[in-house]
Design a protein around this ligand. Sequence first.
Ligand code: HEM
Length: 184
Amino acid sequence: MKNTTGYYTRTAQLLHWLMAIIFIAAWLIGFYSGNFLSYETDGSFKGEVITLHKNIATTIIFLVVIRIFWRYTHPAPELPASMLPLMKKLAHLGHLALYLVLLALPITGCLFSWSAGHPAPVLYLFDIPRLVQEDPDILAIVKPLHIYISWAAGLLLAGHILAALKHHFIDKDNVLRSMIHQGK
Ligand code: HEM
């Protein structure tokens, strides 16, 4: 099955931009709380910021499942013929890595929260059923894991944005447009 239109489907575009907004917001809020707030000096404000981080970020779990299903059933447009095979390979590996962090971050985030004895709330509406009880041994693993993966995700995202801008402004090809428009 091939995509010969040169464009992502409307659904794929919507999922991409919606998840981009949620992911960047969750990343910035998590980074702010983790690196600029402390329980000693900021007290309950830090708690509220982390709660906001969780309520936004948990939605990624649901969206990524839909997105992976959509990606399998609706192939992406081909990369430009002008791209070197090595660059195409790198682009595919980069996209695969982005999907992996989209899965790994909410999973380690939920495990982090549960093992610390807290819930994993979704949009202030409901909690994801707890799969792990409070457990300092699990916390000691998943906390650094969540933090390191979040840094790797930040680097990947920066590379992804720079690559999209290079395609648009330097190579002047259709790659960024294929995620925005439909046809001419
Ligand atoms: C796409 C999803 C997510 C992204 C991009 C993300 C990103 C981040 C980032 C950048 C940090 C700061 C790391 C640092 O200290 O440098 C962080 C911390 C944290 N995240 Fe996430 N996260 C996600 C999902 C989740 C989920 C689903 C939960 C829990 C339900 C969660 C719970 C936490 C907690 C408790 C912290 C520690 C905050 C603090 O110590 O102040 N995260 N996350």
